[in-house]
Design a protein around this ligand. Sequence first.
Ligand SMILES: C[S@@+](CC[C@H](N)C(=O)[O-])C[C@H]1O[C@@H](n2cnc3c(N)ncnc32)[C@H](O)[C@@H]1O
Length: 271
Amino acid sequence: MSLALWNHPVTADRYRHFTGRHDRYRRAARALVEAAAIAPGHRVLDFAAGIGCTALASLEQLGQSDVVTAVEAAEAMRLAGAVRTRDLPVNWCPATPAGQHYDRVICGAAIWALGPVADVVADLAGHVAPGGALAVSLPAAYLGEPDVPGGGSDPWLGRLPEVLAGMKLGKAPIDPLPPLNDLALTQAFADSGFSVIRTTLRQRLSQTAYCDWMTLPPVNDTLLGQLPPEDRIAVVGRAASSLDTASWRWEAWALYTGVRQEVQPLRISTD
Ligand SMILES: C[S@@+](CC[C@H](N)C(=O)[O-])C[C@H]1O[C@@H](n2cnc3c(N)ncnc32)[C@H](O)[C@@H]1O
C-alpha cells in the first residue's frame, strides 16, 4: 500500500464515508483498545491513526484530562482526523514526537504496510514507557490465515474482485506487501523485549461493506489502478449493483499485545 494513495482526498473522503456507514474499523479499534488495556491516566500514542477511529476508541477508556497523540503521515487523512476529533483531546502529528514515551502505543490496521515488521515493531517499542504495552491489530488474512465462508450466494465475497479483475484496469503494486505471518510478528515483539499475547476478533463483513471498502484507492489500486481514484467509485458501484447484497463472510482480526518484562534490579546485601 502506497502512502501516496493514503494522502489523496478521495481516500480520506471514502474512509470517512466507510466508517460512517459500517462498523468494521470501529469494532476493530475497540478490540485493539481493549487488548491494550487502555485506562484513565495513560499516555497513548496512536500510530498510523488514519482519520481517528483508534484515537476515538482510546478516548472512550481514558480520563478527562488524558490526551491521545495521533501520528498520521498522510496529510489528507490527518486533516480529516483533526476535523473529526475537533474539540477532543487528540494531538495530531505527522511523525512521532522525538524522545517521547507512552504508557500505551497502539497501531491499528497498518502494521503490514509500514515496512519490515521487525524494524517497525522495534521503532514503536522504542516509544513504550517502562511498564507500558504495545498493541497492534490486523486482519488475520494478511498473516496468510484464510477466513471462513459466511452466507448468501457469495459467501467468500469473491465475486467483486473477480468482476473488477475482468475489466483489466489493474496496476502492479508499487510496493508489494512483504509476506507476513504470525511467527514473524511474534518474533518481532520478542526481539524488542516483549512477552506477547495474541487474541482474535471475529466479525461479519457484509457484501455492502466490502463494496464500500473497495472504493478506497489504496485498496482498489491493484484492480483499478489505471483509472484516476475519482473514477473508481462509480466503477465499483456499477460492479456492486450486480452482486448478492445478502452475502457476507467472517473476518478474523488478530490482536497482538506486547508487555515489556520488567527487569528487577539485583539487590546485593553488603552485610
Ligand atoms: C487502514 S488505515 C488505519 C487507520 C486507523 N488506525 C484505523 O484503525 O482506523 C491505515 C493507515 O496507515 C497509514 N499508512 C499506510 N502506509 C504507511 C506508511 N508507509 N507510513 C506511514 N503510515 C502509513 C495510512 O496513512 C492510513 O492512515
